[in-house]
Design a binder for this molecule. Structure first.
Ligand code: WTA
Length: 640
């Protein structure tokens, strides 16, 4: 890239070939965002065109009203017309000696049609919810698309979530069917997923389970309500008529952490999500016909939905799906994959970049990564040093780095500079996607001045893929997103600022959410679980900086009675155990502190902000408003 006054621009050669190279696109979109999105929607396959582009009834809004379409038809049938035998999915298994699996668009089409018929056989109808608790195997793509083919609403639950975390989510959506697998690999060992699924469905409405045989590990198989995926598929027809859906019908629900202990079911709809997923992917990753796209994110997260699977398919691209961890069995496995398949677009999280960086550039240099054209970053702020390392050592100073800001709620990327236009600035996500209006507001609700930090908000007409609701919880939808600055302003819960060029830098969250290795976790969910299962009178979890993972949780507990030193150690161990049980290994705490009191205001609110500052070394500020300022001294001692 070309560097000018601290900003980076794409090389002429790259620009010439880029799908979007002229910054006039921003002006055009700004003039009429509705016309802009309408033009993009024209490139999606609709069974019936919409009659109105946008309707706003705050805090609700709709896009492409009365338009009719089917999502799987856009991902598959449409590509079959032009690229039937093009490879869609390249699946790289975790064991290096196992053969990859390739699916052309036609292969995938047939598998999806068959599984759609299987779902029908199991009694699944339009609007029914289907739980998917699968690892990174091709069947997860097939299952998700099959749901969309018949108008069922999928809810994918991250396969490394614990049975308890699975249960909470299933209880909210009340699925009758769960699709899972016998097991999967995690860094060489076999995880018994079926066992977790069996435990997780207790106390839920799940009546049947379809089980994919991935590992062949011995599992408990209950013939009454368990069905093998392969048995079910063997008798299905290759075609299933796609169910024509309304633009505003739900497409999927994905749970994400919220400020309270209970996760929120974020609802995305058919029309708006499709348009946004297609075009954000196409323009931000400059997807062309011969590209090989690889997004490392697990399908259990929104990035795994939109960019590991859906956007490449909507754009008829070839994409890699990797079952394992990028540093297994060797730290440079990710480089080997890029080299093996000639990956052109690589999308990962800053945590992974920091980990790669720690292993050192010599490992990277052992590989030919010259196929790379674009590098992406997502999920957490990327620091300047990691950005530069990614830029120099992985992208050979040639690839634009799209630092993409978005959320489960936004459905697709909404801030990042376009690769053929720029500019790029290390640690800044960049410019809003054309047609989307962001602002940064101060506590009075007024726009912040340049470089002044404030709340990042989205203004009407928002974006077609923005969530339409929190599953069966309109109150929470209103309170979380439309309360702070009124019902016309979407509140992101992120703190950001703009520089003099209008580039946006997102600094972090303003709520109790933490990003651990790019995964969004709620400290409230952990606290809830600890308080429910252990004998503690109080508990607080805060996120503190971590060199590799960005953030990690630390836990403070106040036992309900006085404990001996030995018992305190036991309690610490139980806290770690309970977190693993309640959420999963991703929430593993960096430290657990057993203390006799937590700093509180006079009204009893635990001051997590102060506890966080104890770790960062920041000034603690005025402690006189606390009901128990002496508790801070105890914490300071505990931290030494
Ligand atoms: C954070 C992930 C800085 C942010 C797609 C947001 C980022 C939350 C970036 C959403 C970025 C995401 N720079 N922060 N490029 N991308 N975030 O729902 O705090 O898992 O609100 O969606 O991640 O996390 P979620």
């Amino acid at each position: 890239m070309i560097k000018k006054k601290g900003l980076y621009y794409p090389l002429e050669d790259f620009k010439k070939k880029a799908l979007v190279k002229n910054k006039s696109i921003y002006k055009e979109a700004k003039k009429s965002p509705l016309k802009f999105w309408e033009k993009l929607a024209g490139d999606v396959f609709w069974r019936k065109k919409w009659s109105k582009v946008f309707k706003h009834d705050p805090p609700y809004f709709k896009w492409f009203l009365n338009g009719k379409l089917n999502f799987s038809e856009n991902c598959l049938d449409r590509n079959i017309e032009t690229a039937k035998n093009k490879v869609a999915l390249i699946w790289e298994p975790e064991p290096v000696d196992e053969r990859p699996r390739y699916f052309t668009y036609f292969d995938l089409y047939r598998e999806v049609n068959r599984f759609a018929n299987a779902l029908k056989e199991l009694g699944i109808k339009k609007g029914d919810k289907v739980g998917i608790y699968l690892p990174m195997i091709p069947e997860v793509v097939i299952a998700m698309l099959a749901c969309t083919r018949i108008g069922a609403v999928h809810s994918v639950i991250f396969s490394a979530y614990s049975p308890q975390a699975l249960k909470v989510r299933l209880q909210d959506t009340q699925e009758k069917l769960l699709i899972t697998a016998d097991g999967y690999y995690r860094a060489g060992s076999v995880i018994d997923l079926k066992k977790n699924a069996d435990e997780g469905i207790k106390g839920t409405k799940v009546k049947k389970m379809v089980v994919v045989k991935r590992m062949g590990n011995s599992i408990k198989f209950n013939k009454r309500n368990n069905i093998w995926w392969h048995d079910l598929m063997s008798k299905q027809d290759d075609f299933c008529e796609p169910r024509v859906m309304d633009s505003e019908d739900p497409l999927f629900v994905l749970y994400t952490s919220g400020s309270t202990g209970k996760p929120k079911g974020v609802v995305h709809t058919c029309g708006g999500y499709t348009v946004q997923a297609k075009f954000t992917g196409k323009w931000i990753f400059d997807i062309k016909d011969d590209d090989i796209f690889w997004s490392m994110s697990d399908v259990g997260w929104i990035t795994g939905h939109t960019y590991s699977i859906y956007s490449p398919l909507l754009n008829g691209a070839s994409f890699v799906m990797f079952e394992g961890a990028p540093n297994w069995p060797e730290p440079d496995r990710w480089c080997s994959i890029i080299e093996k398949y000639g990956v052109t677009t690589f999308y990962t999280a800053p945590t992974a970049i920091r980990m790669f960086q720690k292993y050192g550039e010599d490992l990277v240099k052992k590989h030919d990564l010259s196929s790379l054209q674009i590098l992406g970053s997502v999920g957490e702020p990327i620091d300047k040093e990691s950005w530069l390392w990614y830029f120099k050592e992985v992208g050979n100073k040639k690839c634009p780095i799209v630092d993409t800001w978005w959320q489960t709620e936004t459905g697709g990327i909404l801030i990042t500079s376009l690769p053929g236009v720029g500019p790029f600035k290390p640690s800044f996500a960049g410019l809003p996607f054309p047609g989307v209006k962001f602002d940064v507001l101060n506590s009075k609700g007024k726009p912040c001045s340049t470089e002044e930090k404030g709340d990042l908000v989205i203004l009407p007409p928002f974006a077609p893929g923005l969530l339409r609701g929190v599953y069966k919880n309109p109150k929470r939808y209103k309170k979380t997103y439309w309360n702070q600055y009124g019902e016309n302003t979407y509140f992101t819960s992120d703190i950001a600022y703009k520089d003099k060029n209008g580039l946006i830098r997102v600094v972090g969250r303003s709520d109790d959410m933490i990003k651990v290795a790019g995964h969004r976790l709620s400290t409230g969910e952990m606290e809830d679980f600890i308080s429910k299962t252990l004998l503690v009178s109080e508990c607080a979890v805060v996120g503190i900086p971590d060199e590799i993972k960005g953030e990690m949780p630390v836990v403070f507990v106040v036992p309900s009675k006085k404990l001996t030193e030995k018992k305190k150690e036991d309690l610490k161990k139980s806290v770690v155990e309970q977190i693993k049980k309640g959420i999963g290994p991703i929430a593993f705490p960096k430290e657990v502190y057993v203390v006799s009191d937590l700093p509180k205001t006079r009204s009893g609110k635990i001051m997590r902000r102060i506890m966080k500052k104890l770790f960062s070394g920041e000034e603690l500020g005025d402690l006189s408003t606390l009901a128990n300022p002496e508790s801070v001294d105890e914490l300071k001692k505990a931290l030494k």
